[in-house]
Design a protein around this ligand. Structure first.
Ligand code: BGC
Length: 353
């Protein structure tokens, strides 16, 4: 177990650091203070090569504006709030509109665009961790409450990367924090991310309108959203070529609602690829997950490893509340208050196949 801190440079007077966490299996995870982002997850393969299995820019400076939200901490809210209108108990707040009429990922000043501060680093024989923090001021992008958010990344010797979010506020507010890492377990970003197979413990998904705003809850059965057994995204797309949801998203950009919604940490999704030696198991205590298959990535980004981006070259898995919960599912919506801090965990576990 080892952690190494590296000074990368300064942006607007704020120092940017990179933390490299390495476990006894030689798995290496790099974290940036910019957006508290996961910059790379490098796994050792049996042919002696090390492969980064997540989408990464070829240089750290791009993370300051991070157009694809690669690896970023999405806060205060992952996903869209319809019409940028946020009801919290008896009050309604008007948020900034950074995507059409909507507020996405928290607005223009969201936490993925901030340079976070270090709280602490730790290393012992079982795990290595770094905790980063950011303060979002009351009223920033319209969200109430001075919110102090912490993201802790721990790499363990069972090959898990655990993400723990904890936040306090001085006023009732809405927090729905997630991570925006895109995976292609083959480590080859010239291969489509749609070749990956996933299995999700969800029998319902959320259908969106054509602005990616949740519109209805639908059964997965008999649809391209049926991932009850390992199925590749491309197989499900080929079976339902004219499905309206797939055309809206150029693939998938939908939430799955987990069958068990009891706030307990549970294994909810697994992903594998026939060109990879690793399966990734995702555990979380969130009620759902958004699968964004990268249909809008574009081909203009230079990626680490000398790759060039392309649509769907990797897929994002964002464990979170059901998007737009304050408006769409108010009965399920949980607010963060001064008495009830925000607490959420996401674990990516890499198991050699
Ligand atoms: C993702 C965004 C992405 C978008 C495409 C979302 O659900 O989280 O970051 O750019 O869909 O419209």
């Amino acid at each position: 177990m080892n952690i190494n801190k590296n000074y990368l440079g300064s942006i607007n007077g704020s120092d940017v650091f990179q933390y490299t966490l390495v476990n006894d299996l030689s798995t290496k995870v790099q974290i940036l203070t910019l957006g508290a982002s996961i910059q790379s997850i490098v796994l050792p393969f049996s042919d002696g090569t090390d492969k980064n299995v997540i989408l990464s820019y070829d240089n750290w400076e791009t993370y300051q504006h991070n157009p694809l939200y690669l690896g970023a901490t999405l806060a205060p809210n992952a996903g869209r709030i319809e019409g940028a209108v946020l009801p919290i108990y008896e009050k309604t707040y008007t948020l900034s509109q950074n995507e059409g009429n909507h507020n996405t990922h928290g607005g223009f000043h969201n936490a993925s665009l901030q340079n976070w501060d270090e709280v602490s680093t730790h290393c012992n024989s079982a795990s290595c961790s770094v905790t980063l923090t950011i303060k979002l001021s009351d009223g920033l992008d319209g969200y109430p409450g001075e919110r102090c958010i912490q993201t802790c990344y721990s790499l363990t010797n069972d090959n898990s990367l655990k993400i723990h979010y904890y936040a306090v506020t001085d006023k009732a507010t809405y927090l729905n924090i997630s991570n925006h890492t895109y995976f292609n377990l083959s480590g080859d970003f010239n291969r489509s991310g749609l070749e990956q197979q996933i299995k999700v413990d969800a029998s319902r998904f959320v259908a969106n309108n054509n602005e990616h705003i949740p519109a209805s809850i639908v059964s997965c059965s008999g649809s391209p959203f049926d991932f009850s057994t390992y199925t590749s995204l491309e197989t499900n797309i080929a079976l339902h070529p004219d499905h309206e949801q797939l055309s809206i998203a150029h693939g998938y950009n939908n939430a799955f609602i987990f069958d068990q919604m009891n706030n307990q940490l549970k294994k909810t999704l697994s992903i594998r690829d026939r060109s990879s030696e690793y399966i990734m198991e995702l555990s979380t205590d969130a009620p759902g997950i958004v699968l964004y298959s990268g249909g809008y990535i574009g081909d203009q980004w230079n990626l680490a490893g000398g790759f060039k981006s392309s649509d769907s070259c990797a897929i994002a898995l964002e464990a979170q509340d059901i998007p737009n919960s304050p408006n769409f599912l108010p009965e399920l919506c949980c607010y963060t208050t001064p008495d009830c801090p925000y607490d959420r965990t996401i674990i990516f576990k890499f198991i050699s196949d």
